[in-house]
Design a protein around this ligand. Structure first.
Ligand SMILES: Cc1cc2nc3c(=O)[nH]c(=O)nc-3n(C[C@H](O)[C@H](O)[C@H](O)COP(=O)(O)O)c2cc1C
Length: 198
């Protein structure tokens, strides 16, 4: 399975080997690893140090939170995410706690926190697959999410099933090499759309 990034320029191995599996093994994630993942998220930078991220964590086989998160997912995501031993809802608080003003950076900063979580997870041999395909209203009802907050993403965490599992279509997705546009297409110089020529 060739998932390591085929890089044009050298990067840290930790970044190159991260990828988002569809076929998770059912091996549980130790609680100590989970704590470290959220510790990594905790120390992410955020606008005004507001830390607008809030996470709801469900562990397969422990209570019903995992199942209730699963029910909030879009059907195509449910088909593979049910196996992940940990499902998380990534939520944002859209207002500053101190004054109720809108926080324009809330989604950005949730992404940063999850970015740190991803790096920590990869270092521990864990894999993470994020999902925008969820019903935020269902999540609001299921978890009493207040109106100034919103479930933005779901996050599956666990170990990739190297056997490929029992769904050939999912196994094929996991066997497909990862692709990216070259930096000349998104790093601009004189004007938007014109490569910086780095
Ligand atoms: C914010 C976000 C939302 C995503 N939503 C979904 C999703 O709903 N369903 C899905 O199968 N993959 C989803 N993905 C995974 C992306 O498709 C995946 O990261 C991308 O194809 C690159 O693959 P890689 O992570 O293996 O490099 C999402 C990723 C991110 C960062």
């Amino acid at each position: 399975m060739k998932k390591t990034a085929d890089v044009d320029h050298p990067i840290r191995n930790l970044l190159a080997v991260r990828w988002s599996p569809y076929v998770f093994s059912e091996q549980p994630v130790p609680a100590a690893d989970l704590r470290s993942l959220f510790e990594a998220a905790r120390w992410a930078p955020s606008s005004y140090n507001e830390q607008p991220w809030r996470f709801i964590v469900g562990r397969r086989g422990q209570g019903d939170t995992h199942g209730r998160i699963l029910e909030c997912l879009a059907e195509p995501n449910r088909k593979w995410a049910y196996k992940a031993p940990v499902l998380v809802l990534g939520t944002v608080v859209r207002e500053f706690v101190s004054n109720g003003n809108p926080n324009k950076a809330a989604e950005h900063d949730l992404g940063l926190a999850v970015g740190s979580l991803l790096v920590e997870a990869t270092a521990r041999g864990l894999r993470v697959h994020q999902m925008i395909g969820l019903d935020p209203d269902a999540a609001r009802r299921a978890f009493s999410i207040p109106m100034n907050a919103e479930a933005l993403t779901a996050i599956a965490i666990g170990y990739a099933d190297k056997t490929g599992g029992d769904d050939p279509a999912l196994a094929e997705r996991d066997a497909t090499p990862r692709e990216r546009r070259p930096i000349s297409e998104f790093v601009f110089g004189d004007r938007f759309g014109e490569s910086a020529g780095l």
